[in-house]
Design a binder for this molecule. Structure first.
Ligand code: PDD
Length: 279
């Protein structure tokens, strides 16, 4: 595999970053994961918009212009011969002697990798996946896609240990914020599709946004509002979205069945709607 590291294309085993990179020392950086289908980037500009937003919020300079970045992304895909998978890009504030405040001289550091992904296991689609729930321990700017992901890492690990796919994080009011790496959705018994509105509490998922836009052209009823864990437990369906798995039906929350315990009609149709958009 070939990675792009600060201007050079290198085999992974030869690629390295500096020990005083602020990403390593302070998690002072941001990232994006862009899905790739048939060798094409899905919703590339939405991902680059979000990257620019994250960089701007942290006052990290863009490592290169968008047009140049797009060329590099394609080159990384080409060199890795990736047809279906993901592109990962990470920008940190750069390399400087350890000191919390922003360095004066550092230039942002950019790493891009690509990974082939197998289709999601058929079992996930046929049986759905389980989620556990945890208090949301994250900071108050979850709308910035930073590489500081410790609560997310701990949550996903806990989920895995409990045989679940994802951990839904719950705010102090009992509302579900989102998963550790996915946005959260439910379908109520009266057939409304519900997902939390954007704000500082969740990542503005690109898959979430694409699906919302696709839904505008259908007769599904949408409600962008918070929902509680209790409401999710009483829902007809639940599902999650992200760039790496698109949309997965959720059939268990904390070990309790959602609806009849099988992937619901809406989840299946919405997954197909997104796949048609991605192809
Ligand atoms: N995760 N919420 C969080 C906290 C996320 O980290 C992600 C993405 C999402 C979904 O966003 P999108 O639809 O733009 O992928 C929601 C990526 C895939 C990751 O960390 O690997």
């Amino acid at each position: 595999r070939i990675a792009y590291v600060n201007g050079r294309y290198q085999p992974h085993r030869a690629a390295a970053v500096h020990i005083e990179d602020r990403g390593y020392q302070f998690a002072d950086g941001v990232y994006e994961v862009v899905p790739v289908q048939r060798g094409k980037l899905i919703d590339e500009d939405l991902h680059l918009d979000r990257l620019e937003f994250s960089l701007g919020e942290l006052e990290i300079a863009a490592p290169m212009e968008r047009r140049a970045l797009k060329l590099v992304l394609r080159e990384v895909l080409r060199r890795n011969g990736i047809d279906r998978g993901i592109l990962y890009m990470q920008v940190t504030r750069g390399v400087a002697p350890r000191d919390h405040k922003f360095p004066v001289m550092a230039r942002p550091a950019l790493v891009i990798t690509a990974k082939r992904l197998k289709p999601v296991p058929a079992k996930y689609l046929e049986e759905g996946v389980g989620v556990i729930t945890l208090p949301d321990l994250r900071w108050k700017r979850c709308d910035i896609k930073t590489i500081a992901l410790l609560p997310n890492v701990l949550g996903k690990q806990r989920a895995a240990e409990e045989g679940a796919y994802e951990a839904w994080q719950v705010d102090p009011d009992g509302n579900v914020t989102e998963g550790t790496s996915t946005n959260a959705w439910i379908v109520t018994k009266d057939r409304k599709i519900v997902t939390r509105p954007l704000g500082h509490e969740i990542l503005p998922g690109v898959t979430r946004r694409a699906l919302l836009e696709l839904l505008q052209a259908t007769d599904f009823t949408l409600e962008e509002r918070s929902f509680t864990l209790d409401e999710a437990l009483a829902a007809a369906e639940a599902f999650l979205t992200s760039s790496s798995v698109y949309l997965l039906p959720i059939t268990r929350i904390d070990g309790r069945k959602v609806g009849n315990g099988k992937p619901g009609e809406f989840s299946k149709r919405l997954r197909q709607l997104y796949l048609d958009h991605a192809e």
